[in-house]
Design a protein around this ligand. Structure first.
Ligand code: NOJ
Length: 719
């Protein structure tokens, strides 16, 4: 009998159920002589708390150590607690939100960022992070688009796998590394009307084509945990959805790791109306193989009676507990329950130069230059630059999931520009606030005067950090408050105005697109965001980010995404003025304002000479597709070369465009490179009406380039 089996055989049913629960640290640190507060609400006894197997949301390394020590002093089984936390885009040193990282198209950067977070969080007592979040998204109204890598499953998968590599490092059992938990399985990003927690209705074919690949990619990359999503999928909440949990996750994909519910998701089966009471909720979750219940108490209250009543067997309970024990063993907790948690180490890592350097590079490579009519880069010789707007000197640009980062430790754009030009050449004014209800234009006059007196203006606009993230959805994607009015006046006062955006989602910037000569989105860039913005604006860095999610002209276009299937009445790019009975709007363009893959540079990349090694592809063969890419400028830069395919005829309607590969390359001024991709049959597969993942013989075309400049191939044939 191995160590874990022996341990399991010694445990009481109550001990076992304890391993299947997770609660907030707060419950363990409140004095429980009298049971009050959340503990009382959950109906948990002190005996229950003593048996709890995992804890989330603690505030310090000391708290972790205290909880672990107290637990081990009393636990007859000596099973350490596993500590989990949302470490989403950094810990104390914050890096760009995942939607921004998506724009880097750079798995290496995503991996380096995750290493930074893993080192800091691990030293601070974290064992597991609830990331990567790989929900497929199309609707910018949904606040949680900021947590995803965007609207492209292949890109999301590549970046998520890189994050997992970064967090796991040289082994999740070693201090300095974290285990990961892929979430939110499945379809959460399809929330109807972009409203968080709302129902999701997608066909199984659509689910498999767009939504599921990234979760699967995370499991293939070794993610040991899965968190089902809050939403109902085609009528049944994920945690109780047997098709998702049993048929696909456990049977088809063979996942034998730990499933943890989302926060109170088992409890929420009651308001969902699929469970009459807590007991039924616990039954539904457990029968669908949810191992750990987070922050509700159905398992503690009902699992034992469900076993006694014969609804579940002891073998089923043991299997779930064994998955948790194996995970703890995999984390090395039986040998080192503190997993290297060390206050001194943590503070030496927090905001250290090496970590700052990584997050600054990430912020620079995630920024996207949306528009530039030759204003950028600004010259360092300018004698007066006005940095205006509610985000000009705003430290709150870390983004929603940065509870451990401190706003005051983050550089602002104003500070960044001062560092480059010197304090005497840079002035700043807010002009207005950035909230919906801000109707105070008393700062406009100062801003306009400042703009007039400056050689150039950097106008920093956006939405506050808490306008995106969990529960923060919008029905209007324009800049909140008086920011558009401010932009009109400032740009009229000084046409040399570059707009810098801070945003957790694609915004409706149609007005800015009309009036501003340059727009750079920094998203929420993290600790070094202000310095990275300044370096981009003054050409110390060359923008190279490409959009991971399309910017609509306005909210009425949502959901909008580049890889949409065609209609029988398409609006072709070549007939923009054609009217009538086409799939379009009478008051707005059909295509987005800035599409997925768009992003300008100070270099000028020219694509030519696309060649195919063959006009036919066999199912076991490959075709090489090459293109010449030339940096037709005097500025060194990076380009994301994107390969798209189109399946011209299929048994189901195929997307007009689908990314199948990409490569980010550096170019010296004037340098030309030949870039070659290999196309195989596997890249042409899709889910047909019979639920098979297949390719079909016929003609395909390829496109290389990006949203603004594509070269097209002749058709090739899959035989
Ligand atoms: C709810 C969120 O949906 C999830 O992403 C997060 O990991 C948990 N809360 C834990 O904080």
């Amino acid at each position: 009998m191995d160590r874990l089996e022996k341990l399991l055989s010694q445990m009481s049913v109550h001990d076992k159920i304890g391993q299947l629960t997770q609660y907030n640290a707060m419950l363990f640190t409140e004095t429980s002589a009298e049971i009050t507060g959340p503990q009382q609400k959950l109906g948990l006894t002190d005996e229950d708390l003593a048996a709890v197997g995992s804890v989330l949301n603690f505030s310090s390394v000391q708290e972790v150590k205290d909880i672990q020590t107290a637990h081990l002093q009393n636990d007859p089984n000596q099973i350490p607690i596993v500590f989990m936390m949302d470490v989403i885009h950094g810990y104390r040193t914050v890096y760009p939100i995942p939607l921004a990282l998506g724009c880097s198209f750079d798995p290496q950067i995503a991996e380096e960022c995750s290493r930074v977070a893993a080192r800091e969080a691990s030293a601070d007592g974290v064992h597991v992070t609830f990331t990567p979040m790989v929900d497929y998204v199309r609707d910018a109204r949904w606040g949680r688009v900021m947590e995803t890598c965007g609207e492209e499953p292949r890109l999301t998968s590549a970046l998520a796998a890189a994050q997992i590599r970064g967090f796991h490092g040289d082994g999740m059992e070693k201090p300095g590394n974290l285990a990961t938990c892929v979430k939110h399985y499945a379809g959460y990003g399809g929330a109807e009307a972009g409203r968080d927690y709302n129902l999701v209705e997608v066909s199984e074919r659509e689910l498999r084509e767009y939504y599921l690949p990234a979760y699967k990619a995370c499991l293939d990359a070794g993610a040991p945990m899965v968190m089902p999503s809050f939403n109902s999928l085609n009528g049944v909440p994920s945690i109780a959805n047997s098709m998702l949990m049993q048929d696909i996750l456990r049977k088809e994909w063979g996942f034998d790791g730990v499933v943890i519910s989302d926060y109170n998701a088992i409890g929420e089966l009651l308001p969902h109306g699929v469970a009459a009471d807590q007991k039924e909720a616990a039954k539904l979750a457990f029968e669908n193989t949810c191992d750990i219940e987070m922050c509700s108490s159905g398992y503690f209250h009902h699992l034992e009676s469900l076993i006694n009543e014969g609804v579940f067997t002891m073998e089923q309970l043991d299997a779930a507990v064994m998955r948790v024990l194996k995970f703890k063993d995999q984390l090395g907790l039986f040998d080192d329950p503190y997993h290297g948690a060390d206050e001194k180490l943590a503070s030496s890592l927090f905001l250290c130069d090496a970590h700052r350097e990584v997050v600054k590079k990430a912020a620079a490579e995630s920024a996207v230059l949306l528009k530039n009519e030759g204003l950028l880069p600004l010259s360092e010789k300018l004698s007066k630059v006005a940095v205006i707007g509610p985000f000009a000197d705003e430290h709150g640009i870390n983004g929603f999931w940065s509870a451990h980062g401190k706003n005051e430790e983050t550089t602002t754009v104003f500070e960044g520009i001062r560092n480059i030009l010197g304090a005497d050449k840079v002035v700043t004014a807010k002009g207005c606030g950035n909230l919906w209800d801000d109707k105070d234009c008393s700062g406009f006059a100062e801003a306009v005067e400042m703009a007039k007196a400056a050689d150039a203006v950097v106008l920093c606009l956006g939405e506050p950090q808490n306008y995106s993230g969990e529960g923060n959805c919008r029905t209007d994607l324009r800049l909140p408050g008086l920011q558009e009015a401010l932009a009109k006046q400032v740009i009229a006062a000084n046409p040399n105005t570059a707009v810098v955006l801070f945003n957790g989602r694609p915004l409706d910037v149609s007005l800015l697109d009309k009036i501003a000569p340059a727009i750079l989105t920094m998203w929420f860039p993290g600790t070094e965001g202000g310095s990275a913005a300044a370096e981009l604006l003054f050409g110390k860095c060359n923008p190279c980010g490409k959009l991971s999610m399309s910017f609509p002209h306005n909210v009425g276009q949502c959901p909008i995404y580049y890889n949409h299937p065609n209609t029988g009445r398409p609006r072709w790019r070549s007939q923009p003025d054609h009217r009538g009975y086409a799939s379009d709007y009478i008051d707005c363009a059909t295509l987005p304002l800035y599409s997925f893959g768009h992003g300008l540079s100070y270099s000028n990349f020219v694509y030519s000479d696309l060649t195919l090694s063959s006009k036919t592809l066999t199912s076991d063969g490959s075709i090489r597709v090459s293109v010449k890419v030339r940096n037709d400028s005097s500025v060194p830069g990076k380009e994301v070369v994107q390969l798209y395919m189109r399946d011209l005829v299929g048994s189901v309607v195929r997307p007009v465009q689908q990314l199948i590969a990409f490569e980010k390359l550096s170019f010296e001024a004037g340098e030309e490179k030949t870039v070659t991709f290999t196309v195989t049959e596997e890249m042409l597969r899709f889910w047909n009406m019979k639920g098979e993942h297949i390719s079909e013989k016929g003609d395909f075309t390829l496109m290389i380039g990006h949203a603004d400049h594509f070269v097209l191939s002749d058709a090739f044939q899959l035989v």
